[in-house]
Design a protein. Structure first.
Length: 212
């Protein structure tokens, strides 16, 4: 799995096997921000809420999926792009940015993903979103000094769900998105399994997370 430059590599090492031990057991090595994961506010703000202070209820919400595929590589997603959605959204809804950039996973081009502008982040905070999700590696552009969009969202207590995938499979409006973050206490973030559920039909969860 591709990881952010400088993050721990993801490794699975067998420490017991059925043939030798009668059971199978693995050691997992990964970063708190490997694969699809949640950024807690503590990721960028000293003393802010860590993972154990994010309410599970805040990670389950109707989600508005915003098409940002027209944003240029390393471009910024501005309030004008978000405005049509935010006019419909209610406080407590989530917003998910669909760029299609997950198709570059494992390639150098993955780091040319767009990012959310400070004004865009402020617009989401004013709208009262429960969380923001995105199908690229970071809510800020790669190499962005100071991580300004992270800062705006973290200071407002808004969790960020990064590295989503398969958003093109969500073909219905306003899915219920369930973010199953690993319950790891006191951390900057944690991997998550994420589903989009169509409530108007027989529940049919669609996985929108990547797998280590």
């Amino acid at each position: 799995m591709q990881v952010y430059p400088g993050d721990p590599e993801v490794r699975f090492t067998a420490v017991a096997t059925i043939d030798a031990n009668g059971f199978w057991l693995n050691e997992l090595t990964l970063g708190s921000q490997s694969g699809t994961h949640v950024d807690a506010p503590a990721h960028v703000v000293q003393g802010a809420d860590a993972t154990d202070l994010i309410s599970p209820r805040s990670l389950v919400a109707p989600a508005w999926i915003v098409d940002v595929t027209a944003t240029a590589p390393l471009g910024l997603i501005e309030p004008e792009t978000l405005a049509p959605t935010l006019r419909k959204a209610r406080a407590g809804d989530a917003v998910v940015l669909r760029s299609g950039w997950d198709r570059f996973d494992g390639q150098d081009q993955a780091w040319s993903h767009p990012g959310l502008s400070v004004a865009g982040a402020q617009a989401l905070v004013r709208a009262g979103v429960s969380f923001i999700g995105l199908d690229f590696a970071s809510v800020d552009r790669h190499g962005e000094t100071g991580l300004p969009a992270h800062q705006v969202l973290a200071h407002a207590g808004v969790p960020i769900v990064e590295n989503l995938a398969n958003l093109d499979q969500v073909t219905w409006e306003l899915p219920l998105v369930v973010v199953g973050m690993l319950p790891l206490a006191g951390l900057d973030g944690a991997p998550a399994r994420v589903f989009a559920i169509e409530l108007e039909a027989t529940p049919r969860p669609t996985s929108i997370g990547s797998t280590p």
